[in-house]
Design a binder for this molecule. Structure first.
Ligand code: BMA
Length: 357
C-alpha cells in the first residue's frame, strides 16, 4: 500500500473528529483534508440565505489601493501560516506600474504589516539574480523549506524559484522553465519521490490562450516529464485560458486545485475562479472540473481598478479538521481580497457541476 492510500485508510479508521460546517460544530465520521489544524486562520460564516459555495469576506478588500508609499497596489499574493501567525510574499505594483515582491506578516491573516523595501534575493549567478520584474507569487512549504515561485522576467516571463527557511534570507534558484511561462504552482509534498509543479506555457504579452501542464523534478532545479493536465475550452467562463491558483490542497477525494478561467469579451478578458480535483498519485489526471465559475467579478473591488473584471486566486489557508478554507485573491489587479469556503461543500459542488474536457 502506498503512503497516501495508507494515510487515507488510517484517517478513515481513526477519525471521528469535530467538523465545523458553516460555523456549527458537528460530529463527523470523516476528515476530508489531509493536513494540519489552523484554528486561528481568518474565517467568517456564510451569510444566511447565500447560496453560492464561495462567499466573500465582509471586510474586503483586506489590502486597499495605495497601501505603502512606493506602491499603487498589492494583489495576487501568497500567504502561509508561520510560527503561530501568518507571513506572505506580496505582488507590489510600484508607482511606475512595475511589479516586485515584498514580504509581509500578520497576526490574524487580515491586517498586514508590509515591508516597504522589496525582497533582495541572494544568488550566486548574476544572470539569474537580475530582477527586472516579479509578479503573482505562490508560497509552498515542502519538508520545512518554504519555496516561492513567481512570474519572473528572463527574456520574457517564466517561473522564478526561491527558497527560505526564516523569511529573512531568500535564496534564488534556477528559473524552472524557458520563457514563456506563468502560474507556476508547486505541490506541498513530493509525489512518488518527486517534486511537481503546475504551470502554464504562455506568450510574451497578454496571452490569448493557455492550458495547465505539470512538470516533475528530482531536485527543484531540473524540470521535465511535462504532462498535459487540462485545457481551456468548453464553457465560455474558461474558454480562453486557465491557470492554477493556490497550492493544491490534499484531500481524501484527490488534490483540490483552485484555478482561474478566462472569458474573452468585446471589452476584454474576464477572470473567474473555478476548481478541480486531481488524482492523488497521478496529478495530471483530472477527476472532476467545474463547468461553471465559483466566483466571478461582481463587487466594485473586482470590477473597478487597474484591470476591471478580475478575480485571481494565488493562495489558500486551510484548517484540516473543520475543512475551512480562506482563498486569497486579487481584485481588479488592484486589491487583495479573501473568499471563504468549506471543503466538503466545495467538493460536492465540484462533483455536481463537473465536465472533464
Ligand atoms: C494575467 C496576469 C495576472 C493578472 C491578469 C489580469 O495575465 O498578468 O497578474 O491578474 O492577467 O490582468
Amino acid at each position: 500500500m502506498n503512503v497516501s492510500l495508507f494515510t487515507k485508510s488510517l484517517l478513515k479508521i481513526l477519525l471521528p473528529t469535530l467538523n465545523r460546517k458553516n460555523g456549527d460544530v458537528v460530529m463527523s465520521t470523516k476528515q476530508t483534508v489531509i493536513g494540519e489544524a489552523l484554528p486561528n486562520m481568518p474565517w467568517e460564516n456564510k451569510p444566511v440565505g447565500y447560496t453560492e459555495v464561495l462567499w466573500r469576506y465582509s471586510g474586503n478588500p483586506v489590502i486597499d489601493i495605495n497601501p505603502i508609499p512606493c506602491a499603487q497596489s498589492i494583489y495576487n499574493s501568497a500567504v502561509v501560516p508561520y510560527e503561530g501567525a501568518f507571513v506572505g510574499v506580496f505582488r507590489v505594483d510600484y508607482k511606475s506600474y512595475m511589479p516586485f515582491l515584498h514580504f509581509g506578516k500578520s497576526q490574524d491573516g487580515l491586517n498586514w504589516e508590509l515591508e516597504h523595501d522589496r525582497i533582495q534575493f541572494i544568488s550566486d549567478d548574476p544572470e539569474i539574480a537580475e530582477m527586472i520584474y516579479a509578479y503573482d507569487p505562490r508560497l509552498c512549504k515542502i519538508e520545512e523549506i518554504y519555496y516561492i515561485t513567481w512570474c519572473n522576467c528572463y527574456h520574457g516571463p517564466t517561473i522564478g524559484v526561491a527558497r527560505t527557511t526564516d523569511f529573512k534570507k531568500f535564496y534564488q534558484m534556477e528559473n524552472a522553465y524557458l520563457p514563456f511561462n506563468r502560474n507556476g504552482v508547486l505541490f506541498p509534498r513530493k509525489i512518488n519521490g518527486k517534486y511537481y509543479m503546475l504551470n502554464r506555457p504562455s506568450d510574451n504579452g497578454h496571452t490569448p490562450f493557455g492550458d495547465i501542464f505539470i512538470s516533475e523534478s528530482p531536485d527543484m532545479i531540473h524540470w521535465g516529464k511535462h504532462r498535459f493536465v487540462m485545457g481551456a475550452g468548453g464553457q465560455w467562463w474558461q474558454a480562453t485560458k486557465i491557470g492554477a491558483g493556490p497550492i493544491p490542497i490534499e484531500t481524501t477525494e484527490g488534490w483540490l486545485m483552485i484555478y482561474h478561467g478566462v472569458l474573452n469579451t468585446c471589452n476584454g478578458f474576464v477572470y473567474n475562479i473555478g476548481a478541480a480535483l486531481l488524482d492523488i498519485d497521478k496529478p495530471w489526471k483530472v477527476l472532476y472540473r467545474t463547468n461553471r465559475y465559483l466566483l466571478n467579478p461582481e463587487k466594485l473591488y473586482e470590477t473597478t481598478g487597474k484591470v476591471p473584471n478580475v478575480v485571481f486566486p494565488c493562495a489558500a489557508l486551510c484548517d484540516a479538521p473543520s475543512g475551512r478554507i480562506a482563498i486569497y485573491y486579487g481584485g481588479a489587479d488592484t486589491y487583495t481580497c479573501i473568499a471563504y469556503t468549506q471543503v466538503d461543500e466545495l467538493i460536492d459542488c465540484i462533483k455536481a457541476n463537473s465536465d472533464v474536457l
